[in-house]
Design a protein around this ligand. Structure first.
Ligand code: SAM
Length: 229
């Protein structure tokens, strides 16, 4: 089904004006060279497997000047999130202009969307567990994918993961612990981070888990640099 959605060949080809029109006014190409404008903003947060978009909606007012994108594989779900954001923009003028969603396979195309060190936060909330051993390679956190995430994340950037599946929680934590470019964020910093509360309250999946009284397991790690970087 990958063939049914367009993927930018590189981050430079990713047209942000369609996603964040308030930040990227229509291109007036063809005219005289204009005064140099202030540099255009870049996407800083990515919600990988965003589902119905509850996290983006919760984060938007907390970081009103930060561009964020949800990445979602399912076409209908992506369309729903698009409509949801357009409706929020329409009923709250001047708000929710900083969030958008793209239909894509995040396991294949992260480097097509983001440049080196571009992202300051990445979210993996309630990812699919893929229980069977032979399907572990389909998990969205793995040593190989962490290499890619480390590449697109700024040093100091934070990766947030949460799940209600204990085995997957252990897996995500152990991959992050093993990876040389990530270190655990200390508990006191986690507790003070306003984003953390949203992990277990803002998304549709987190609300389902909470309704059923389920336990959750999070792993929150920081992108660090190697001495030679
Ligand atoms: N994060 C959301 C939440 O907490 O409500 C959704 C969780 S849902 C269990 C996992 C989501 O990841 C699904 O919407 C699924 O379509 C999406 N997904 C799975 N594999 C993906 C991939 N390779 N790229 C993008 N999205 C993916």
């Amino acid at each position: 089904s990958d063939s049914h959605f367009p993927v930018p060949v590189s981050p430079d080809e990713f047209d942000l004006s369609q996603h964040y029109p308030r930040y990227f006014p229509a291109d007036k190409s063809g005219g005289e060279e204009e005064e140099p404008r202030s540099p255009l903003p870049r996407i800083r947060f990515a919600d990988v497997g965003c589902g119905f978009g509850g996290l983006l909606v919760g984060l938007s007012p907390l970081f009103p000047d930060t561009l964020m994108i949800g990445m979602e594989l399912r076409d209908k779900v992506t369309e729903y999130v698009k409509e949801r954001i357009l409706a929020l923009r329409a009923s709250n003028p001047g708000q929710y202009d900083n969030i958008s969603v793209v239909r894509t396979n995040s396991m294949k195309y992260i480097p097509n969307y983001f440049r080196k060190a571009q992202l300051t936060k990445m979210f993996f909330l309630f990812p699919d567990p893929h229980f069977k051993e032979k399907n572990h390679r389909r998990r969205v956190i793995s040593m190989q994918l962490l290499d890619e995430y480390a590449y697109v994340m700024e040093v100091g950037g934070i990766i947030y993961t949460i799940t209600d599946v204990e085995e997957l929680g252990d897996w995500m934590r152990s991959c992050l612990e093993k990876h040389p470019l990530f270190e655990a964020v200390p508990d006191e910093v986690v507790k003070a981070d306003p984003v953390v509360k949203l992990l277990s309250t803002a998304t549709e999946e987190s609300q389902k888990v909470a309704r059923n009284g389920g336990q959750t397991f999070h792993a929150i790690f920081r992108r660090i640099s190697l001495p030679e970087e």
